[in-house]
Structure formats: structure tokens, C-alpha cells
Design a protein around this ligand. Structure first.
Ligand code: NDP
Length: 458
């Protein structure tokens, strides 16, 4: 084979690889679209207007996808190039709203999938926010502060053209915390000379909202309280609860459970499960995870009755945390952390409710197992919407140049979670799937957006 043919073959292989990865990227997105649409079938049956107005086709295509080059100089003065994205999916209900993710796995398909889901989560809050998502394949891990700052500046140099407090308001997500939001916001102000609420998740001292760090975890518990009440189950007070994760969502869920008089006995990190049968010591946990960034294993030194179970001792196909008997379970760590094996163990041990704090923590098989067994199951789309709700409160405060007290934010958060739960439970009942809050959440979120789209015309 000639050298020229070799080069052509290499090019062909590369193009085939790109085509295949593009197809796979899009597969993730279409799978999510199919799942949501199948679950809203009862709505279509109830009213032909949704088919007549071609809502599916109009909702499944993003309003626009902005894709751009991010070139920046690393610490060795070498030029690095990443790809940036903003998927402005749907602004029927308000400005596009959704996080920015900086992670090597970011691609257009993943962001379309996340943006699509965000439309319905945001709709469920009842607040005026549309759906979007964005980010880059840049990995902040292992990068110096200066490199992260340079990347954020380069990213915002392009992104600022497309966002604004009443256009599109990004927030943080994986790889985008307070540090990155600070650098992005600083660059936005430098370029535009505008001080406004264009980003949320800002630290309190320059425009963030009190109560935002607590919002998702507290919201998950408020949702569960209401779900138990709606389904005529006993309240959380005095009940043993199992929680996974030991990050922002998990620690605040544990804190709220303790405040309510429940007994949270577990939390997890990527290395193992901590089990304290007498109830967790939240102050020690916060010190270990938020201040010292130490392993959960350290906890046992101060509490001899507690036990630490390393990942190596987990059951085949499952997780130690879900083998522990509990009245209510709260997966708050990461995706696919609760499998069918875990679901069966929880049910065998008498679990009454399962509420998703993390995004997609339960596998589809686990969800089906819970629903078949009649467990009160709170899906992430509804149960963890407290975070985005308080982000909207941050937008409101910024727009009015005001600051609300912690109690005011917490009161509004609780009211929002009760509203979401009532809507989801009521919708499931109305459309013939009583007790199935997965379908209830999809139908309620979809209906709010679809009705507004129809009212606003094409
Ligand atoms: P954090 O990064 O603060 O915490 C995640 C926690 O989960 C860490 O303690 C981590 O342990 C642990 N963890 C990670 N992988 C595993 C695993 N395989 N098994 C057990 N534990 C694990 O994230 P957040 O608390 O902010 O978010 C958690 C989830 O909630 C994510 O799915 C996120 O998308 C979702 N979410 C978060 C919102 C928010 O406001 N923060 C809003 C809505 C959803 P380690 O320290 O070892 O890595």
C-alpha cells in the first residue's frame, strides 16, 4: 500500500470513529426523549391538542446550540484548545436556566440530554425559568488556579454574547463550583461592564443567596415529608433513614433529617459506607468532609459504636448502604448507585419511601422494582429541584438588588417543594397512574411547558 493510501485509510478510520461517537452521543439524548415521551402518553390520550400542535417535535429540538472554540494558555505557555457549548433548549417559561459542566466527558449529546431534562425539572418548580445546559470538555482537575482562571476567561469571552439576566442564566455543575463561578462572573463584568444576575451559585459575599448550599438537601427532605403525608404513610420523626453521599446534598439532607427528629444512620463516599446506628453526628461529618476533606473512616475514631464498610466488602452488584434496614432511603451521591439488587434488599428490609437527591441515582430496573412494590418513590426531577428553585431566588434578589434572610429563603424553598410534591402526586392521580411519581413528574412538567408553547403560538 502506498503512503498516500495509508494516509487516506487513517483519515477514513478517524472519520468513521467521529461518526460513531456522534451517533453514540446522540443516542443518550434520544433515550431520554423516549423515556419522557412514553411516560406522557396518558396526556396525549386525554387531549388531542398536543398532537395537533406537534409539541413533541417542537420540544425535542433545542432552540439553539452554541458551540465554540476555547483557546487558552497553560502554565507552560502552551496553547490549549477545548470546545465550549451552551444548549439553549427551551425558554417558553422563562430565561434558559441550567448549569455549566466542565468535565472530559462533556459533549453535545450529553448536554442536550441534560438540557432536555432540565426543562421539566424547572417547569415543576412553578417558577419562571426555561431549560438549558452548557459546559466544556475542559478538566479542572490537576490544573492550577491560574490555568482555571485563564480557561474561565477564555470561555466567557465567547459565552457572554449569548447570556443575560433575562436571556440565559447559567449556574454551576460538575467541575464548576464557587471558584469557577467567581472567575466566569469576573470576566463577564470586565467585558460588559454590567453588574447583574447573569450567573447563579455565586458566593454570598458577591451576590449569592443565603440558603443555596442547603437548598437541594433540605428540599429533598421537605419533598419526602410531603410525599409521605400525601400517601398516608407515617412521618419521618423518629424513623431510621439511610443516606448515601457525603457531599453538599447528602450532608444537608442529614442535617434536615436530624432537625426533624429522624435518625439518619449512614452516609457514603467513593471509598466506603459509614454506619452509626445511634444516628450521625453532623457537626463531626461537616468538619471531616467540608473542612478537613478527610475519609469517613476517621469518624469511627470519635464514635466507637460506628462502623466503616470499605467498598471491597460491598455485596455483588450492590452497595452496603442499601443493605441496612431503613424506613426511608435517600440516594444523594451519584448516578447508578442504587441497583436492582439494592432495591430488592431495601424492600425486603421494609423500606417505605425512597427519595432521589442525586441525579439518576437509581437504575431503571431499581425504579421499576420500587414502583411494582408500591414504595413511595420520589424521582430526582421533582425531589432535588430545590437547588434550581433557590437559584431562581438568587436571580430575583439580584434583579431587585436585595438580600433575603436565610429564614425567608428556607420558607420559600419549603413552599416550593410542597407545591412540587402536590402537583406531581395530583397529576399522577388525574392521569390514571396514581402513586407513580415518575410519570406524575414527567406529565406535570411536560404539560406546563406544552400548554405555554401552545398559548404562545409557533
Ligand atoms: P458532591 O461532589 O458535593 O458530593 C458527592 C458525594 O458523593 C461525595 O461525598 C462523594 O464521595 C460521594 N460519591 C461519589 N461517588 C460515589 C460512589 N460511587 N459511591 C458512594 N459515594 C460516592 O456533590 P453534590 O452533593 O453536590 O451532588 C450529589 C448529586 O446530586 C449529583 O448527582 C448532583 O448532580 C446532584 N445534584 C446536586 C445539586 C446541588 O445543588 N449540589 C442539585 C441537584 C442535583 P468522594 O468525596 O469520595 O468523591
Amino acid at each position: 500500500m502506498s503512503r498516500l493510501d495509508e494516509i487516506r485509510n487513517t483519515i477514513k478510520t478517524e472519520v468513521a470513529r467521529l461518526k460513531e461517537s456522534h451517533r453514540m452521543e446522540q443516542d443518550v439524548f434520544y433515550q431520554a426523549v423516549e423515556e419522557v415521551l412514553l411516560s406522557v402518553a396518558p396526556l396525549y390520550l386525554s387531549d388531542p391538542k398536543y398532537a395537533r400542535h406537534n409539541v413533541v417535535r417542537r420540544l425535542a429540538v433545542p432552540d439553539r446550540i452554541i458551540k465554540f472554540k476555547v483557546a487558552w494558555l497553560d502554565d507552560k505557555n502552551e496553547i490549549q484548545v477545548n470546545t465550549g457549548y451552551r444548549v439553549q433548549f427551551n425558554n417558553t417559561l422563562g430565561p434558559y436556566k441550567g448549569g455549566l459542566r466542565f468535565h472530559p466527558t462533556v459533549n453535545e449529546g450529553v448536554l442536550k440530554f441534560l438540557g432536555f431534562e432540565q426543562i421539566f425539572k424547572n417547569a415543576l418548580t412553578g417558577l419562571p425559568i426555561g431549560g438549558g445546559k452548557g459546559g466544556s470538555d475542559f478538566d479542572p482537575k490537576g490544573r492550577s488556579d491560574m490555568e482555571v482562571m485563564k480557561f474561565c476567561s477564555a470561555f466567557m469571552t465567547e459565552l457572554h454574547k449569548y447570556i443575560g439576566p433575562d436571556i440565559d442564566v447559567p449556574a454551576g455543575d460538575i467541575g464548576v463550583g464557587a471558584r469557577e463561578i467567581g472567575y466566569l462572573y469576573g470576566e463577564y463584568k470586565k467585558i460588559t461592564s454590567r453588574y447583574n444576575g447573569v450567573l447563579t451559585g455565586k458566593p454570598f459575599f458577591f451576590g449569592g443567596s443565603l440558603g443555596r448550599p442547603e437548598a437541594t438537601g433540605y428540599g429533598v427532605v421537605y419533598f419526602t415529608q410531603q410525599m409521605l403525608d400525601e400517601m398516608d404513610k407515617e412521618p419521618l420523626e423518629g424513623k431510621v433513614c439511610t443516606v448515601s453521599g457525603a457531599g453538599n446534598v447528602a450532608l444537608h439532607a442529614i442535617e434536615k433529617l436530624l432537625q426533624l427528629g429522624a435518625v439518619p444512620v449512614t452516609c457514603t463516599d467513593s471509598r466506603g459506607t459509614l454506619y452509626d446506628p445511634r444516628g450521625l453526628d453532623i457537626e463531626l461529618l461537616k468538619e471531616l468532609k467540608l473542612v478537613k476533606r478527610a475519609s469517613l473512616e476517621e469518624y469511627v475514631k470519635a464514635h466507637a459504636e460506628a462502623k466503616y464498610i470499605p467498598v471491597s466488602e460491598y455485596p455483588e452488584g450492590g452497595h452496603a448502604v442499601w443493605q441496612i434496614p431503613a424506613y426511608a432511603a435517600f440516594p444523594c451521591a451519584t448516578q447508578n448507585e442504587l441497583t436492582e439488587v439494592d432495591a430488592k434488599a431495601l424492600i425486603k428490609n421494609g423500606v417505605v419511601s425512597v427519595t432521589e437527591g442525586a441525579n439518576m441515582p437509581s437504575t431503571p430496573e431499581a425504579i421499576e422494582t420500587f414502583l411494582k412494590a408500591g414504595i413511595a418513590f420520589g424521582p430526582a426531577k421533582a425531589a432535588n429541584a430545590g437547588g434550581v428553585a433557590v437559584s431562581e431566588f438568587e436571580m430575583s434578589q439580584n434583579a431587585q438588588l436585595q438580600r433575603w434572610s436565610f429564614d425567608e429563603v428556607d420558607r420559600k424553598l419549603k413552599a416550593t417543594m410542597i407545591h412540587i410534591c402536590k402537583t406531581v402526586v395530583g397529576t399522577a392521580k388525574e392521569y390514571g397512574v396514581e402513586g407513580n411519581l415518575v410519570d406524575g413528574a414527567n406529565i406535570a412538567g411536560f404539560k406546563r411547558v406544552a400548554d405555554a408553547m401552545i398559548a404562545e403560538g409557533i
